[in-house]
Design a protein around this ligand. Structure first.
Ligand code: SAM
Length: 453
């Protein structure tokens, strides 16, 4: 073994690998270094060792690579507020994201003949998130909230989170001031005791907010009072809920969301439609990039006019609603009840009549629909990170549907599914990475598949 744990070495970083870590070699041994940039010469402490590779964290930057965005003093994940790409200049973030997508499609997807375009960047790569969920903790006897340190459950607080909207930053700050005055006990996950678990803040482009305070136990009156006090300080809070989560779990929101005041939903506008968003409903977190994502996805259909289209994993019905302007009929399949209800409400408010909302799992509901319906022309998939179950893709292939547009927030599962689609007769024609998550190594992609003739 050329290396030992805790050993300090010097290393030149040669490239970034999928997932965003830098890679350098120490006497031919691969060493992965988070928060490093190609061209960096770094002093690294080895923190873990495997047979063929090691992982180390930066102790100091000896010479910064040209693509490093910040000064040499910033070296850790926490220095960059939990943004694992924060150390890279924005243009370089876009370049590496495209390379990562291409790489994973070749390695996992085993695909070669597809077109991949340059990543569509954002004009506001900071303060873009419209949803934030922060865990509570104690630090020096004070209630704090923030994000978890890497591979740990230790909460790290920053004075201003550079990803979430300025409004959400202000609201969480005010909330903590109130909570500290009232001394509400923070939940301790080890002992499963205490009250305050998380705060979720959603904001929209009208500078309005929804606040959900996640607690263990029945919410006493004083908790509701806290949310009223918060509204006095931040009148932008238009909706407030208390979510009761009594389980030992990493899932933030509980089963029951108790309405406290204001609107039941937060509204957001996209392509002249005002969408309804409940606490548990999915909504894309970056509005500017969502517009570009949807425009690209819709442009990938040869023709939507008078077509029957399935929007699988439809969330609050955003894509379905936009497609419904031209399509003959859209079938929107979504598993989360509140999201389907939000979508139905939006369609009624906007007098959209040509969408069938199907609440349930794509596995099952899509197959049922394909068996029942004589003609579906095209499908758009937008699954969660784990991708699409293989059986779903097989049932699509059996029908002879010609066109599939696939949106994904996880290039690895996208590549895995692209490989299945390739084996069952669909070619991946083109892929567009869209930077939905600036400052992080995450990337959204849209792909177009057509049936091989
Ligand atoms: C990435 S989101 C996309 C939502 C929507 N297309 C949008 O752009 O806002 C994925 C959605 O799939 C839903 N979902 C997850 N697994 C599902 C399943 N097996 N069947 C149906 N819907 C599912 C989630 O609740 C979520 O709303």
């Amino acid at each position: 073994m050329v290396l030992k744990k805790d050993q300090i070495i010097e290393l030149d970083i040669e490239k970034l690998i999928f997932g965003g870590e830098g890679l350098g070699y120490y006497e031919k041994m691969a060493v992965f270094v988070p928060m490093s940039v190609p061209g960096d010469r770094v002093r690294v402490k080895i923190i873990s060792l495997k047979k063929s590779y090691a992982r180390g964290i930066i102790e100091a930057i000896i010479k910064p690579g040209e693509e490093r965005a910040a000064d040499k003093d910033k070296v850790t994940f926490e220095d960059f507020h939990g943004c694992d790409f924060g150390m890279l200049k924005y243009e370089s973030q876009l370049k590496y994201k495209k390379e990562m997508v291409e790489d994973v499609l070749k390695k996992i997807g085993k695909l070669e003949n597809f077109e991949i375009y340059d990543t569509i960047g954002s004009t506001s790569p900071k303060y873009y998130r419209n949803k934030v969920i922060e865990p509570f903790a104690y630090k020096d006897g004070k209630i704090i909230s923030g994000f978890f340190k890497k591979k740990s459950h230790e909460v790290f607080e920053v004075s201003e989170n550079m990803l979430q909207s300025k409004l959400a930053n202000r609201i969480t700050k005010e909330l903590k001031e109130i909570l500290n005055k009232k001394r509400i006990p923070v939940y301790d996950e080890k002992k499963h005791r205490g009250i305050l678990r998380h705060v979720m803040v959603r904001t929209n482009s009208f500078d309005e907010a929804m606040v959900v305070l996640v607690v263990k136990g029945e919410p006493a009156k004083n908790l509701k009072k806290i949310l009223y006090d918060l509204r006095d300080r931040c009148p932008e809070v238009k909706a407030a809920y208390i979510s009761v989560n009594n389980k030992r779990t990493n899932v933030a929101l509980g089963d029951e969301d108790i309405y406290v005041y204001g609107d039941e939903v937060l509204k957001e506008e996209l392509f002249d439609i005002k969408f309804n968003i409940s606490p548990k409903s999915f909504f894309q977190i970056n509005l500017e990039q969502t517009k570009k994502l949807y425009e690209t996805a819709i442009s990938y259909f040869d023709d939507v006019k008078n077509k029957n289209i399935v929007d699988a994993y439809s969330g609050t019905g955003t894509i379905a609603m936009i497609l419904s302007r031209w399509a003959k009929k859209v079938f929107a399949i979504e598993m989360v009840k509140s999201a389907t209800l939000d979508a139905k409400k939006t369609s009624m408010e906007n007098k959209i009549k040509n969408i069938d909302f199907i609440n349930g799992k794509v596995e099952g509901k899509l197959e049922e629909l394909l068996k029942k319906r004589e003609k579906i022309d095209a499908i758009i998939f937008d699954p969660p990170r784990k991708g699409i179950e293989e059986s779903v893709l097989h049932s699509v292939a059996k029908t002879g549907i010609n066109e599939i547009v696939y949106i994904s927030c996880n290039p690895s599962t996208f590549a895995r599914d692209a490989n299945v689609l390739n084996e069952i007769g669909y070619d991946l024609l083109k892929v567009q990475p869209v930077d939905m998550f600036p400052q992080t190594s995450h990337i959204e992609v849209v792909g177009k598949f057509v049936k091989r003739t």
